[in-house]
Design a protein. Structure first.
Length: 56
C-alpha cells in the first residue's frame, strides 16, 4: 500500500549562511573582480602579482 503524496510544497526560507545561491553569486563576483585587478596590476607594474607583493 502506498502513502498519499502531499498536495502542497512547503515554502522554505533561504538560509542566512552557508552554501546558498546568494552567497555563491557574491563569491563568484568577488573572484572575478579580484582576477581582473590582478591582471591590471601585472599590466601596469610589468611584474607578476607575487613579485609586486614581494613574495617571490
Amino acid at each position: 500500500m502506498t502513502q498519499p503524496q502531499p498536495t502542497t510544497t512547503p515554502k522554505l526560507s533561504e538560509p542566512k549562511f552557508g552554501f546558498n545561491e546568494y552567497a555563491e553569486r557574491l563569491n563568484g563576483r568577488a573572484a572575478m573582480i579580484g582576477f581582473a585587478l590582478a591582471l591590471v596590476i601585472e599590466y601596469v607594474s610589468g611584474q607578476g602579482l607575487l613579485a609586486w607583493l614581494g613574495l617571490s
